[in-house]
Write a protein that binds this ligand. Structure first.
Ligand code: SF4
Length: 195
């Protein structure tokens, strides 16, 4: 139930810090020989599951043009942060894989530095912030008719312990009819649909 304190928080008081935080962090994304688009691609590839690490999925996730993504991928490859490989069993399909250098630079991700500040917030504030941001993001994605790219474990096709006897399990993807490991369940997916 809303109380008087809640009524004193205007939408502007939330939008402005969000905008300012994004600007401050974006400014730091020009360090380490990278730019904001390249950081976004590295973060995506670090979170994506094995069905979602293609140039096409990256293009959909970032909502950019094919040409822009192609430039970003070429730059990351040239700098040694990612490498291209043929998808197993599909010679014409390409996967983008982080190199050890790519994984190592992610430790310096400017957005990760914000995590320390978030840890300092109380548990109740963190829970409310997480819930509010999740709802805002879901609303924006729905309005733009964009793919959710959510966590596998929250997908309507995810069946917990659906492949418990399978060494590649224990979970199951009903859409792709494939086993999912515990690590897979915590990755994001191009085919994700909210449960
Ligand atoms: S369960 Fe959903 S999110 Fe997970 S792999 Fe299948 S389609 Fe992707």
């Amino acid at each position: 139930m809303a109380n008087d304190d809640d009524d004193e928080v205007s939408a502007e008081m939330i939008v402005w810090p969000l905008e300012r935080l994004a600007r401050l962090i974006r400014a730091r994304e020009h360090e380490d020989a990278l730019n904001p688009a390249q950081w976004e691609a590295l973060r995506y590839l670090d979170r994506a599951n094995g069905f979602s690490n293609s140039p096409g999925a990256l293009t959909q996730y970032l909502g950019a043009t094919k040409g822009t993504i192609s430039q970003t991928v070429m730059a990351l490859e040239r700098k040694g942060f990612i490498t291209k490989a043929a998808r197993e069993g599909e010679k014409r399909s390409v996967t983008l894989v982080l190199t050890p250098k790519g994984k190592s630079v992610l430790a310096k991700d400017p957005w990760k530095q914000l995590a320390g500040g978030i840890d300092d917030l109380g548990g109740k504030t963190r829970r409310r912030l997480a819930k509010g941001l999740k709802e805002l993001l879901a609303g924006e994605l729905k309005r733009g008719k964009l793919k959710s790219f959510g966590l596998c474990a929250s997908c309507r096709f995810f069946r917990e312990k659906g492949r418990s006897a399978d060494s590649a399990g224990p979970h199951h993807c009903m859409l792709l009819n494939l086993p999912l490991s515990a690590a897979d369940s915590q990755r994001i997916c191009v085919e994700h649909e909210p449960g």
